[in-house]
Design a protein around this ligand. Sequence first.
Ligand code: ADP
Length: 492
Amino acid sequence: MRKTLKILYISSEVSPFAKTGGLADVSESLPKELKESAHDIRIFMPKYGSINERKFVLREVIRLKDIQVPVGNKVAVANVKSSFLPQAKVQIYFIGNKEYFSRTGYYVDPKTNKDWKDNAERFIFLCRATLEILKKLHWQPDIIHCNDWQTALIPYLLKTVYQNDKFFKDIKTLLSLHNLSFQGIFEKKEFALLASSQDVSKPDSSLEFFGKINFLKAGIINADFLHTVSKRYAKEVQQSDEYGFGLQDILKKKSKKLTGIINGVDYSIWNPETDKLLPNTYSRKDLKGKMENKRLLVESHGLIFKENIPVLGTISRITEQKGFDIIIKSIDKIMRLDLQYIILGTGEIKYHKLLEKLAKKYPGKLAVNIKFDDELAHQIEAGADMFLMPSKFEPCGLNQLYSLKYGTIPIVRATGGLADTVKNFSQETGRGYGFVFEEYSSAALISTIEKAIAVYHNDKLWKKLIERAMKLDFSWQVVTEKYLNLYNSLLS
Ligand code: ADP
């Protein structure tokens, strides 16, 4: 029998409490699955102001009240509340501090759309508070599983400030890299907040980054093992600056301690047969509901519904990473094709403005929703015929996986997780279930959409693609086994 593992999973976003992207989905699903496999998994996350305490039944944890957390030469106070993941027995601890986390906006000030000025301090607090709370809780995990820069200082702190603390002696750390383009880079002066003068006097080389300090770099160097969310991305981040954003050489040096495990899908949330957010559920065997969802989706966006006009959907952070520069460059040509296109997303203001302008230029063809709307996300997945995701780089990507389950054929660029999960349809072999292009260019994007439309008009062929896509299984069960193997290898 396998040993029951004690795992602390720490993440700056966990669905349904706080979400800006795929990290939140993973931070909900993986712990759920680990708990199903009878492991002692607990989650820590910040108690953001926007988290509804009543709705999610947060309760104070008496012995985790007023915990003193050193932040440089100051002492900040952490108060912990706890609850459970919905429909699961996973305990989640919310780390609260009025000054740092009560505001709305997790990383960015919603008024200015700029990063909060005290982000270094906020996440230094989160990392140190985590370690202080563990001690108060008298709970010694076997593994601390960190995610992205916001929690990457934990491995660093364990190897520096807490190196002689016996409580942490046997704990192993795993750092998951969900996106190398976000690293938590701050001015050197912020180091004073990380360690009081009696801890460590100056940033060591693992933190230093071109005259600044870099939280993710410190995590990469000090973690016992690293993980990216697809195999292809694990290779890409070591190859060039384009993917590694300055950390490629360091990642290459740690390549023996770096692995790729693709994210799974929580089919209790993303399944067209049971999805409560859809007007009509449907299955591979009976697609009538999908067509009805398409009609409702199209009409609710003020577009005219025609059964045979393909509807393209995109749900995304609106940033260059997700391919919005080539989408916008190509839009005039895309709009000349016989299709309708519905976009949902938020992100860079310059793209918001451009997209809204384009929606006015192409009424009846292009609809743009600048907002975060989970219900609409499900309805686009279900109502669209194709899902466009032309990412410049894509660590894993979840929407292409949701699209496959919803019979919404993905059109993607061959990068990271998109390359690992979408098999290009080939007329010659008749195999595949998506449309994949290599070169990051508008020409490649447009010609691939054209190819997809041609196949779409071949009814029999298109149905086959849908059938194949909906049959695929990216469930967490298989993926979780891989994580367990990784955790166990760290402990052996
Ligand atoms: P990311 O790089 O943003 O993490 P992923 O594809 O891994 O990209 O995950 C994105 C997740 O966020 C998906 O669950 C997607 O449906 C969701 N999402 C992104 N933008 C929006 C939005 N504007 N409204 C609702 N859901 C969104």
